[in-house]
Design a protein around this ligand. Structure first.
Ligand SMILES: [Zn+2]
Ligand SMILES: [Zn+2]
Length: 348
């Protein structure tokens, strides 16, 4: 396979990853979403009806119904990265005498990440139930801006505690609702935000560490081979120095899988790094992503009817605090890592 074909496949896969992320992020007004709708409209006349229905149905079930699809995808991607690392990068690094301890760090991080991932998937995010609702209502005050007392969820038939939201995917109300995460197929709420944060950071650390070890390996390969000082004969029979682009092309052709993995890891690292920082900021100011979107009037029209975001119907009182639930950084973090316990019911 020549360099251009390989590079074309590489760019296509990276674009597909970005497209997938934009699609599931729920930002209906993202440029990708507009482009996606535009392409769908253009292709509609030449696409058979059954194919259109099937693709719409499968996209809907993938993003708007509970499905383990993304958990399997997550495990497959992780498996592919670790197989590549173990059977290629690890051996190269050992030959280059990289310390065994630093080569074991990705495996230790994998153990931590797997624990947090499992906890995110399996732990109850704080479902509002008949038994718990009285206790959950007493935990947070209603800010009378985004959350009002006496509002009932028409589906669960229960009063909505402040900071709760009905998840359409899981069909339940969740206390201190943050968002529904397709990668863990669970809501992120009062009881599992801590695991979610640790999971995000451990994935970033894993991706960053393997990317660093791989870059170090490739640098050693380039330095050892003397490629930087090499030269080639151009079409005019002139000797030209190899240069940086030549080195990149050589690495692409010699280690296609490793370069592909490195590109993927860098992409994951920056994407999840930004996301983890955003969630850390929310944790520090005691806000959920749901509240963050609400406070900016940024809504997914699919999940929130237009009337719900009409600023005339939900006026913001002048005196209201920007971060209504914030009680200082330490207490805010404490609330995430040690969620408030439900008060015990009095036994008569
Ligand atoms: Zn509900
Ligand atoms: Zn959910």
């Amino acid at each position: 396979m020549d360099f251009l074909t390989l590079f074309g496949i590489y760019v296509l896969v990276v674009l597909a990853c970005i497209a997938l992320v934009c699609k599931y992020s729920g930002k209906q007004q993202s440029p990708f979403h507009t482009l996606f709708n535009f392409i769908t409209k253009i292709l509609a006349p030449v696409t058979p009806k059954w194919l259109q229905k099937w693709s719409q149905k499968s996209m809907h079930s993938l993003f708007h119904e509970r499905s383990n699809m993304f958990i399997y995808l997550h495990l497959v991607l992780e498996g592919a990265v670790y197989t590549e690392f173990t059977f290629e990068v690890f051996n190269f690094c050992r030959e280059m005498e990289t310390a065994l301890t630093s080569l074991c760090v990705p495996y230790v991080l994998l153990i931590f990440k797997t624990c947090f991932f499992y906890l995110c998937i399996s732990k109850d995010p704080g479902t509002v139930t008949k038994k718990r609702v009285v206790g959950q209502v007493s935990i947070y005050q209603y800010d009378r801006r985004m959350f009002h007392p006496g509002v009932h969820c028409p589906t669960c038939q229960l009063v909505k505690p402040a900071r709760s939201k009905h998840c359409r995917v899981c069909d339940r109300c969740v206390h201190r609702f943050d968002h529904h995460c397709v990668w863990v197929n669970n809501c992120i709420g009062a009881l599992n935000t801590r695991y979610f944060l640790l999971y995000l950071f451990s994935v970033c650390a894993m991706a960053g560490d393997i990317a660093l070890l791989t870059t170090d390996m490739l640098l050693h390969v380039v330095l050892r081979s003397g490629l930087l000082g090499a030269s080639y004969i151009d079409e005019y029979d002139q000797q030209q120095p190899a240069g940086f682009l030549f080195v990149i092309q050589h690495l692409f052709m010699s280690f296609p899988r490793i370069i592909f993995m490195l590109g993927f890891l860098v992409f994951v690292f920056f994407l999840l790094g930004g996301y983890a920082l955003f969630h850390s900021y929310l944790a520090l100011v005691n806000q959920t992503s749901n509240e963050w979107y609400k406070s900016r009037g940024y809504f997914c029209q699919h999940c929130h009817p237009a009337s719900a975001v009409d600023p005339l119907k939900t006026p913001v009182p002048e005196h209201s605090k920007r971060y209504f639930y914030s009680h200082g950084i330490l207490r805010n973090l404490g609330e995430i890592f040690f969620p408030p316990r439900l008060p015990k019911r009095k036994v008569n």
